[in-house]
Design a protein around this ligand. Sequence first.
Ligand code: 4GY
Length: 224
Amino acid sequence: MKITILTLFPEMFAPLKESILGRAVESGKLNISVVNIRDYAQNKHQKCDDYPFGGGAGMVMMPQPVGSAIEAVDPDHTARRIYLSPKGATFCQDKVFELVNCQHLVLLCGHYEGIDQRIIDLYIDEEISIGDYVLTGGELPAMVVCDCVARYVEGVISQGSLVDESFASGMLEYPQYTRPAVYKGLSVPEVLLNGDHKKVDEWRREQSEKLTKARRPDLLKGEE
Ligand code: 4GY
């Protein structure tokens, strides 16, 4: 799977080189290409923002550099082109499962007051929001999408880790414990120490159900 990120701030994507994602890229399972929109600006000083028509505070990202960058990285429009913005549909696990089937994702990151609307109208397939709050740019949301999708790329995470986890099964995950069996006077639940896997599975399902009922009853009702 290939993910191309278009941004004015490529250095913000250093975290993608760490941990599980870093290893996925290193091993070639995942190809992440971070492209600087500024490299496609055709004006003398490689300017990428300008004042908004109609007035108002802040700057708007100019269409030419962004349009040229999109055409350069996806000339035949074979990729799914996504703009990260609070106006989009809220990101969710079902969307992750949909996107992981794409060969190529292009994630466009806005900054300042946003990108000239004609770029969204001409080039973008879909707007995605990661939640109802306003960030300084689309870079963190792009990393969120990258991280979620990468976990389902073949071989990035062990199959076992994926099967019984939270949102895949529609419930919150049971609590986890590791050694020591007693920490600051608190014991690990007895059932986890006895080696009875059937009992362990039962306990975990029970815990998941209790936690979901208490904190996210909407998940059990099959809402959203
Ligand atoms: N929330 N989900 C979000 C965001 C910031 C101005 C456009 C969000 O996805 N993006 O808050 N983005 C704005 C900043 C340009 C993106």
